[in-house]
Design a protein around this ligand. Structure first.
Ligand SMILES: [Zn+2]
Length: 185
């Protein structure tokens, strides 16, 4: 889950945040700004507040619907789903706070887990630490990447792919390894 895209997968797919949600959110901001010019207790203010509440509801319904569609899309043809185990509480205090809160990552992970359960698809969360600092092809520690570095290029094996896709592949590697160890134990 990331900054440029809502999610990237180990199959190389990158999924953008939907435009219709951005448009609705922009509309919401406009209405909220208009609220400042309305007199407290006035009928106009009351009406505008109702419009804002309705729009909030619409955004949340629309987002949830999209999360379900995306979850079904990801689960289709996948035998196993592994996601980064992100601590959303501490993450939201961090730099990505606004984007991640808007994007509703926490809700999406819950929906994805539910869809996996419904479709009998294995689901697990794996440790996310350093997933963007490890080459998924050879396991070399490639060091911290700045956020503006969008490409993973391994100095050891030369493996090159998009940054978030490489991180997703590392998440997959970890998930598969944990699963193998569990079966061997
Ligand atoms: Zn490598």
């Amino acid at each position: 889950m990331g900054f440029d895209f809502f999610v990237a997968t180990s199959d190389g797919e990158e999924i953008k945040r939907p435009r219709f949600l951005k448009i609705l959110q922009r509309k919401l901001k406009l209405l909220q700004r208009r609220l400042k010019n309305k007199q407290k207790g006035s009928n106009n203010r009351h009406k505008l507040n109702q419009r804002i509440a309705r729009l909030h509801q619409r955004i949340s319904d629309t987002r949830k619907d999209w999360h379900f569609k995306l979850a079904h899309h990801l689960v289709k043809d996948a035998g196993m789903i592994f996601v980064e185990n992100i601590n959303f509480v501490s993450w939201q205090r961090g730099m990505l706070s606004k984007q991640s809160a808007d994007a509703g990552f926490g809700q999406f992970v819950n929906i994805l887990e539910w869809v996996c359960w419904k479709t009998d698809t294995y689901f697990a969360k794996v440790d996310k630490d350093g997933t963007s600092q490890t080459c998924p092809n050879c396991g070399t520690h490639t060091g911290k990447k700045y956020l503006e570095v969008r490409i993973h290029k391994c100095p050891e094996c030369g493996y090159t792919t998009k940054r978030d896709v490489a991180a997703a592949q590392e998440v997959r590697n970890r998930g598969v390894t944990i699963e193998m160890l569990r079966h061997c134990a």
